[in-house]
Design a protein around this ligand. Structure first.
Ligand SMILES: Nc1ncnc2c1ncn2[C@@H]1O[C@H](COP(=O)(O)OP(=O)(O)OP(=O)(O)O)[C@@H](O)[C@H]1O
Length: 303
């Protein structure tokens, strides 16, 4: 995969405290990269550093094949779309007028306004003033501002904040469609890990400013083998029988954490004389469950 963005040795310190310390980070073209991490882990700081909105102390960045310098950052930024924290709009103007100003600033043809509004489902509200928009509509406008002109790279900080379930679903389809049909590369941060899991090809997990995982979602899953759930005629009794194995009761199931084949065979042999075994199933834990396990292992966030 081509690299759209490469970062080396990027760090940022606030009030004497290093809040970001990334040795190396690549963004392969066509990837949807989920940037995850607890509050205060440095996600927004990383995105702002990429966009030149804050000045890192050290670090090299290559964006679209060009080394980023204070001189060319603005020009390079025109080739990408971003939504950082809250969308920046003029609320006394309409959605259409806001996009029109953005087109002028970024040198984008105004023919892109309607498709951007349609993509986020705001076309019928295009001529209403933004101050009359609901929170979710403002968020949709922010996403329209990021995707207008079909940028090759989208940087989205918590883009689904404030969206209702239908809005969340619409945006999921939009991001997947942009990646599949337009080959748009997306760096997206979110605390809604179920959503990240549904769209991401890769994840980068930040903890206390460090990348503690960076790679494909598939590989992340591979590093966390499935759990085994067993339903028996008497789970309490089964848990007693298996007390020497790492097991717990969850709902109507007995859960064995990542057992080896030998451990499964041993468990079945041990259980058979005491209880009836109705079901044995392998279960993949959600990204959210794995994230909680991993971040608790690593310790709390900086804040
Ligand atoms: N302008 C600033 N001045 C001082 N400290 C800051 C500033 N901006 C961010 N920080 C600190 O840097 C750290 C990283 O913040 P950042 O906003 O990047 O985290 P985050 O991972 O995006 O968190 P969240 O999930 O809560 O949005 C935090 O400890 C935060 O308090």
């Amino acid at each position: 995969m081509n690299k759209l963005l490469t970062i080396e040795n990027l760090s940022k310190t606030y009030n004497g405290k290093k809040v970001l310390d990334v040795d190396h980070f690549d963004l392969p073209a066509g990837a949807i990269y989920g940037l995850i991490g607890p509050n205060g882990a440095g996600k927004s700081t990383l995105m702002k550093a990429i966009l030149g909105l804050i000045e890192p102390e050290v670090g090299d960045m290559v964006l679209f094949g060009e080394k980023v310098t204070p001189k060319n950052q603005k020009i390079l930024n025109r080739k990408l779309g971003a939504l950082i924290e809250r969308p920046a709009y003029y609320d006394h103007l309409t959605g259409h007028e806001n996009l029109s100003i953005l087109c002028t600033l970024k040198g984008i043809d105004k023919k892109h306004i309607l498709p951007a509004l349609e993509a986020v489902g705001l076309e019928t509200k295009a001529n209403e003033k933004v101050r009359t928009y609901s929170l979710g509509m403002k968020q949709r406008l922010g996403i329209a501002m990021a995707i207008i002109g079909e940028p090759k790279l989208l940087i989205l900080d918590e883009p689904i904040n404030g969206l209702d379930p239908v809005g969340t679903l619409d945006m999921r389809h939009l991001f997947l469609q942009l990646a599949e049909e337009k080959n748009t590369t997306i760096l997206i941060s979110s605390h809604i890990l179920d959503e990240v899991e549904k769209i991401a090809t890769h994840i980068a997990m930040l903890q206390q400013g460090h990348l503690v995982y960076d790679g494909t979602l598939e590989n992340y899953r591979r590093l966390h083998p499935p759990i085994l759930s067993i339903r028996t005629s008497d789970n309490e009794k089964a848990a007693e029988v298996l007390s020497s194995q790492r097991c717990r009761i969850r709902g109507d199931r007995l859960i064995l954490n990542h057992p080896s084949d030998r451990e499964v065979a041993k468990a079945v042999r041990a259980l058979s004389p005491h209880v009836d075994i109705y079901r044995i199933e392998e279960e993949r834990e959600s990204l959210e469950a794995l994230f909680i396990q991993d971040t608790q292992k690593e310790g709390r966030s900086i804040d």
